[in-house]
Design a binder for this molecule. Sequence first.
Ligand SMILES: [Zn+2]
Length: 263
Amino acid sequence: MRIGAHVDPTDPLAEATARAADAVQFFLSDPQGWKAPQPRTDADLLRDAAVDVYVHAPYVINVATSNNRIRIPSRKLLLAHAQAATAIGAKGLVVHGGHINAGDDPATGFDNWRKALTFAAEAGGFGLPVLIENTAGGEHACARRLDALARLWDAIGDHQVGFCLDTCHAHAGGEELLGLVDRVKAITGRIDLIHANNSKDRFGSGRDRHDNLRGGTIDAELVVAVIQAAGAPVIVETPGGTDGQSGDIAFLRGRLGPKTPSR
Ligand SMILES: [Zn+2]
């Protein structure tokens, strides 16, 4: 079981060492901005590292929206991040499922996802697995509740996209963690990555505030059970810096088994 953390992008391998992590996730640009990712001087080191690398795409990306001033830059930025993540040997690029505006036909959002993936395929492909992540909030999200996720996968399942399951987002989004992996896999056929986070907010709150695994409103054993059922690599996106995340990783290793040897 590969277990790691979302870390500062300045020196991700040092952050991995500090946490005894065998995977890291980081941003390649300001997550709230539209700037294209710049080439990294440590690309060779990251590609050759024993630590698995994941990249999280900026939050501003929303390929589902009917607002073309967001949608068109979003699909370009997603492709740019996929290429930049490929250049550092990343195992996956995580992107949020996005949402449509109130009043829009939900079918438009799912179709816009399909168009974004067709656009990327025609531009030469992403180069690495793109992992769509479930989100916590919004009444018009494409990947908050499983009924929407099923419609999304009906629209894009042919495109070989992957799925990232965030336990905080599922709980806050109103999906029970018990048995969730089976219900998700019945739709997507796969779970490529788990974001193992507790939630500061109650079930169904729609709020996205992560907590350390033994804090928050989720029974930590339920998070462990989700990871065991999924059998996928784990990234904690929890607060408390090195100490907080090291504690969460150590907790998971204690429950899931020892550190996997480097490849
Ligand atoms: Zn997440």
